[in-house]
Design a protein around this ligand. Structure first.
Ligand SMILES: [Zn+2]
Length: 299
C-alpha cells in the first residue's frame, strides 16, 4: 500500500534504529502519523479534490470540465483510489461536473451524492445516465450529515441551504454542497462555488466554520469570501482552484480580504496540484512546483 501517510514510515524506522544504537541520546519525537490527505487537483478551469483517509477511504469532490478527466484519473490511480467510496458533486455547473462521467466509468464509485438542485444540462444528464447504467446509488446531500472516513477523519456537510436560496444563473452556486473535513485540531473547509448569500446562510446556521485551510469559494471570485465569512473560518491557508492567467480569479478584492484575514494564499493555476497532509495536530502542504512539505501555522 502506498498511501501518503506511509511517506513518513521510513523515517520512523530510521529513528527507531538510531534509538537502539545510542539508547542514551535523546532523539526528537517521531513524526505524527498522517490521518488524512487532500489533493486539490490542477484541472484548469474548475474544481476537483481528492480526500484520502488513513483508513483507506477515498472521496472525490467535483470533477472539473470534461477535458480534466485524464488529469483526475492520473491522481486517482497514483493514490490507488479506484473504485472511489463516494463522488460528491458540489453543484452541477460544467466546471465541476464535466469530468465526472469519465471518472465514474473508468474508476467506478460505490456512491454518488449531490445537492439535488434541479439543473438542465446535457453534461449533468449524461452523468446521471452513467450512474444509473453502472448501478451507482444516488444520495442527496443534507446539511448536518456526517460522513465517517475512518482514522478519526470526518466530513460534515454544511450545505446546501434548504430551501434553495436562489433561482436563476446564481442558483446552482448558492446551493453548493459546502463541507468541512476535520481530523483532531486540523480541518479543511470546502466551499464549492458558494457565493455571498450562501455564506450568509452558513453564518446564520451556527455551524462550526473555523478551519485550518479554506478551499476558497468560486475560484476566488469577488462575489464570494466575504469578510464576515472569512472572520468565522479564520483560515491559516487559503487554496484557490483556478487556472493560469485567469481574469479576476482570484479577484484583487478577494485577495485583499484573504490577506486581511492573515491567510496564506496558494493557487493551483500557479502551483499545480496542491497536496495537504493532516495529522491530529497540524497540516502540512506541498505543491507540484514546490514539493518540499511546509507546515501550516496553527494559532
Ligand atoms: Zn466553478
Amino acid at each position: 500500500m502506498d498511501g501518503p501517510w506511509l511517506r513518513r514510515l521510513p523515517w520512523a524506522l530510521l529513528a527507531g534504529a538510531l534509538c537502539l544504537a545510542c539508547a542514551r541520546s535523546p532523539l526528537p519525537a517521531p513524526p505524527r502519523p498522517v490521518l488524512a490527505s487532500v489533493d486539490i487537483i490542477a484541472v484548469g478551469h474548475g474544481d476537483s479534490i481528492l480526500v484520502t483517509s488513513a483508513a483507506g477511504k477515498h472521496l472525490l469532490i467535483d470533477g472539473g470540465e470534461a477535458e480534466a478527466a485524464p488529469a483526475i484519473l492520473a491522481v486517482l490511480r497514483a493514490r490507488s483510489a479506484c473504485p472511489l467510496d463516494l463522488i460528491l458533486l458540489t453543484h452541477p455547473h460544467s466546471d465541476h461536473v464535466g469530468g465526472l462521467s469519465r471518472v465514474a466509468e473508468a474508476c467506478g464509485a460505490r456512491q454518488y451524492m449531490d445537492s439535488g438542485y434541479h439543473h438542465e444540462s446535457r453534461i449533468y444528464a449524461h452523468l446521471l445516465e452513467i450512474l444509473e447504467r453502472r448501478g451507482i446509488p444516488l444520495l442527496q446531500a443534507e446539511a448536518g450529515r456526517q460522513i465517517d472516513l475512518g482514522a478519526g477523519a470526518v466530513l460534515t456537510l454544511l450545505g446546501p441551504p434548504r430551501p434553495f436560496l436562489e433561482d436563476g444563473p446564481e442558483g446552482a452556486n448558492a446551493s453548493s454542497v459546502v463541507s468541512r473535513l476535520s481530523v483532531g485540531k486540523a480541518s479543511v473547509l470546502f466551499a464549492g462555488d458558494a457565493n455571498a448569500p450562501e455564506e450568509a446562510w452558513l453564518l446564520g446556521r451556527g455551524f462550526s466554520l473555523r478551519s485550518t485551510v479554506l478551499k476558497v469559494g468560486h475560484h476566488g471570485s469577488r462575489t464570494s469570501s466575504t469578510a464576515p465569512f472569512l472572520a468565522a473560518v479564520a483560515p491559516r491557508l487559503a487554496v484557490i482552484s483556478n487556472w493560469p492567467d485567469a481574469p479576476k480569479h482570484p479577484h484583487p478584492e478577494t485577495l485583499e480580504r484573504l490577506r486581511a484575514a492573515n491567510a496564506q494564499v496558494l493557487e493551483t493555476g500557479r502551483e499545480g496540484t496542491i497536496h495537504l497532509e493532516l495529522d491530529a495536530e497540524t497540516v502540512t502542504w506541498a505543491t507540484a512546483n514546490h514539493p518540499q512539505h511546509q507546515e501550516v501555522r496553527l494559532p
